[in-house]
Ligand binder design. Structure first.
Ligand SMILES: NC(=O)c1ccc[n+]([C@@H]2O[C@H](COP(=O)([O-])OP(=O)(O)OC[C@H]3O[C@@H](n4cnc5c(N)ncnc54)[C@H](OP(=O)(O)O)[C@@H]3O)[C@@H](O)[C@H]2O)c1
Length: 339
């Protein structure tokens, strides 16, 4: 069958094949899914480059996020039926509750085979039904970026009508966070490197826009945009380089969801500000199946549609990853298996 294999780290270590062994019949508790679409996350780029997990088993089928149609179900499977449209999950073993080592050990496209294959056999619990109003390409954007944003904004950040939320950037996680915050009735500040991308954020409901290239010390500007009080919640995708500025933007008692490492993995942080402002900094690793299902219900009820940046063909994974590396995109980069 058709698949992409990561044979060694680096973009040139990806190989497309039509001769991967055919998918087997699903065993007890498993399903076989015909994959139709996938989407990219920064984590996939880091995985392919060997930065995310240098000890991961190779060869491996890359990409955590995909969508498809259930083709066959094994004995005892009652949660899914043939013909049902589903998505993969980032942490297939994390069904509910607090995170733990065993729940986070399996990562789709890293420690277990990923979405870039024509058929995928896995436990039924590794798949989540897709919202009906979404295309397969749209549904494929949900497992990592959307769920991370949902957990940050809804579960950890406790955003509600009238909350003030700072969203860094206009990538996959950030635009979902903006859409969810807007859905909940929050006031939002989006910072971006580009005025064009800020215009897109405005069209999605962003209340205040700041170009962080033109205004590198944006923390105070964010606070002023929010009536001088600062924001109640931060969607922190920059990490090391942006956290000090986020601490200039927050209100007393704010929550910072520590999601990304785009500006590095360690830095000098003004810890006195965390103390004085009574701030909570919470690390986030995607989310679990129950949160995924709750998010899908909200997405379906609100008719929310993911923002798709660009769609590539199955043979164009390398090109898609290069586009992600260039960071010129907004929203999600996707793969259409029919192209
Ligand atoms: N912890 C988790 O569970 C989890 C889950 C998903 C993603 N992540 C992490 O979150 C980060 C974003 O992932 P993604 O998939 O959304 O990536 P993405 O689609 O590539 O988006 C990245 C965006 O971040 C913005 N950015 C870069 N540097 C910035 C800075 N200095 N200040 C503010 N914004 C900045 C850029 O926005 P502009 O172009 O508008 O400037 C860029 O478009 C990555 O580090 C990824 O590994 C973590």
């Amino acid at each position: 069958m058709r698949a992409v294999l990561l044979e060694r780290f680096g973009l040139d270590g990806l190989r497309e094949t039509r001769d991967a062994p055919a998918a087997r019949e699903p065993a007890t508790g498993e399903v076989r899914v015909r994959m139709t679409a996938a989407s990219l996350n920064y984590h996939d780029l880091a995985t392919v480059l060997g930065m995310a997990n240098p000890k991961m088993p190779l060869p491996q089928v890359p990409l955590s996020d995909g969508a498809g149609v259930v083709e066959a179900v094994g004995e005892g499977v009652t949660s899914l039926r043939p013909g049902q449209r589903v998505t993969t999950s980032f942490f297939p073993a994390w069904q509910a509750g607090a995170p733990g080592l065993a729940k986070l050990r399996q990562v789709t496209g890293e420690t277990v085979p990923g979405a870039m294959q024509a058929q995928l056999v896995a436990p039924a619990s590794a798949f989540v039904p897709a919202p009906e109003h979404l295309s397969d390409i749209e549904a494929a954007t949900l497992p990592c970026a959307a769920l991370t944003a949902w957990r940050a904004v809804v579960d950890e950040g406790q955003v509600r009508a009238g909350s003030r939320v700072l969203i860094q950037g206009t990538g996959g996680v950030s635009l979902f966070a903006l859409q969810f915050a807007h859905m909940l009735g929050a006031e939002t500040v989006v910072i971006s490197s580009s005025d064009e991308k800020l215009a897109l954020a405005e069209s999605l409901g962003a209340s205040h826009l700041i170009n962080y290239k033109a205004q590198p010390r944006w923390g105070r500007a964010v606070r002023e945009a929010c009536g001088g009080e600062g924001v109640d919640m931060v969607v922190e995708v920059g990490g090391a380089g942006t956290l000090p500025e986020s601490l200039n933007a927050v209100a007393i008692g704010a929550h910072i969801s520590m999601i990304g490492v785009l500006t590095g993995v360690a830095s000098m942080v003004p810890t006195a500000k965390i103390m004085a402002m009574n701030v909570t900094v919470r690390g986030i690793t995607v989310g679990h199946r129950e949160q995924f299902e709750a998010m899908n219900r909200a997405i379906a009820l609100q008719g929310l549609r993911p923002v798709i940046g660009e769609v590539f063909g199955f043979a164009e994974l390398g090109k898609a990853l290069t586009t992600m590396q260039a960071a010129t995109h907004t929203g999600k980069l996707c793969i259409d298996f029919d192209r």
